[in-house]
Design a protein around this ligand. Structure first.
Ligand SMILES: [Zn+2]
Length: 426
């Protein structure tokens, strides 16, 4: 459908600078084909009135586990081990693939309603996230979580086969792409990691992993390999493949050097790190070193929401507090992490309102106190917006939410199923 968004305030930016201007945006065949002016033969099939509205690139959630939305508010205020091994994993064992589908659908519902148009998922139920993304209209990068001792271990073989089955099944869907996801260095043996790296190179697929999330992970790596987790993966050749590394909370001097030199994309998960008592990623220093930082929510079991505006807000604030420096991590750096940097990490042609980019946009209503007065829209996005302003969402040139009404998701059905499954896994 050809869409014209008329007279809208739009955030137009590149890596270095941004402009907020009133303009028209033209969308055709899923692509932004004009800003301000259209091609001569453009015929609008749909016109959106942009008065008192703001267009931003759709937010990109670079690390989540969508099916885990079923575990929202189920295990809180617990130490990491007790949270994961005693509360989350036993409940995961009770889930079937259909349950995972509804968990992922609950996640997509929340993400679209808060302006996220694309996410990177790590899951354990083949095809369920893909089905959900396709049904809801979302763009997604999907990775089957991989764990196991070595390449011949039964579970390890089954999981990587599932990953490739899934890639094969959905390879023609243009809103879906895939990564391989060794879960973490403490759930994958060295041989298995080496095997996954080999496969990633062979099939030209990026890698997605959890890295240096806890102090315990770092101390164990030093004990076992006499290296930090970052040094250990680097020694295996992991970063020869494009990588999204979630967390990177506990880094040492040489780690920064490796992450920068090997172009590793770091997906920050500030709320998850705070909630699980894992600390604060050294974001200020990562920015100084020129490391590509993007943003993730992690799952609703450790956040407890998939609203990226909350993570933007936290990122903009906590590093000022931690560094006792009000200039650390500014509003635009946070906005870029949630948009353009995320697109770069996921190798996607999106994340900017720019001619030639995929038309993934969120339209916010500015008639709300948190945007008034309109002194500084960029500051509002990072410091005062909360996601409730998102009114219309366009993904790949298709309207997936219009005036707060989801076009492809039956919200009541999602909530009904979430409650039914919650009862089952209590
Ligand atoms: Zn995670």
């Amino acid at each position: 459908m050809n869409i014209k968004i008329e007279n809208i305030l739009a955030v137009v930016n590149d890596e270095n600078d941004y402009e907020i201007k009133e303009t028209d945006i033209f969308i055709k065949d899923g692509i932004i084909t004009g800003i301000g002016e259209s091609e001569n033969d453009f015929i609008s099939e749909k016109i959106i009135d942009g008065k008192d509205k703001l267009a931003i690139p759709g937010l990109i959630n670079c690390h989540t586990h969508t099916y885990m939305s079923l575990f929202r508010n189920i295990a809180d205020d617990l130490a990491f081990d007790e949270w994961l091994f005693k509360n989350i994993m036993p409940r995961e064992d009770k889930l079937n693939p259909e349950d995972a589908y509804w968990g992922a659908m609950l996640a997509c519902t929340e993400m679209i309603k808060t302006g996220t148009t694309c996410f990177l998922d790590m899951h354990m139920f083949k095809n369920q996230t893909a089905e959900t993304a396709v049904k809801s209209g979302m763009r997604a990068v999907i990775s089957r979580g991989l764990s196991g001792e070595d390449r011949n271990d039964d579970g390890a073989v089954r999981r990587i086969n599932e990953a490739f089955d899934e890639i094969e099944r959905w390879k023609d869907n243009k809103r879906l792409s895939f990564m391989l996801a060794p879960h973490a260095i403490y759930t994958c043996g060295t041989d298995y990691i080496k095997f996954i790296i080999k496969k990633a190179k062979e099939y030209d697929i990026s890698l997605h992993t959890h890295l240096s999330e806890t102090r315990y992970e770092v101390s164990e790596a030093k004990k076992n390999y006499e290296m930090t987790p970052v040094e250990y993966l680097d020694s295996l050749g992991f970063f020869e493949v494009n990588t999204v590394a979630a967390h990177c909370v506990h880094l040492e001097e040489n780690d920064f050097k490796i992450l920068k030199e090997k172009h590793v994309n770091v997906a920050l998960n500030p709320i998850s790190n705070m909630k699980l008592g894992n600390g604060f990623a050294p974001v200020y220093k990562m920015l100084e070193k020129g490391i590509n930082i993007c943003l993730g929510t992690d799952s609703a079991a450790s956040n407890n929401s998939l609203n990226l505006f909350s993570d933007m807000n936290c990122t903009a604030l906590i590093h000022k507090g931690v560094n006792e420096n009000a200039q650390a991590v500014n509003a635009f750096e946070v906005f870029k992490a949630a948009t353009i940097n995320g697109a770069k990490a996921l190798s996607l042609n999106t994340g900017q309102i720019k001619v030639g980019k995929a038309a993934d946009l969120a339209i916010l209503n500015l008639n709300c106190p948190q945007f008034r007065p309109k002194n500084n829209i960029m500051a509002a996005l990072s410091y005062s917006a909360n996601g409730s302003e998102v009114e219309t969402v366009i993904i790949d040139g298709e309207i997936v939410m219009e005036n707060k009404k989801l076009c492809f998701i039956d919200e009541e059905e999602v909530y009904r199923n979430a409650e039914r499954i919650a009862e089952k896994i209590k």
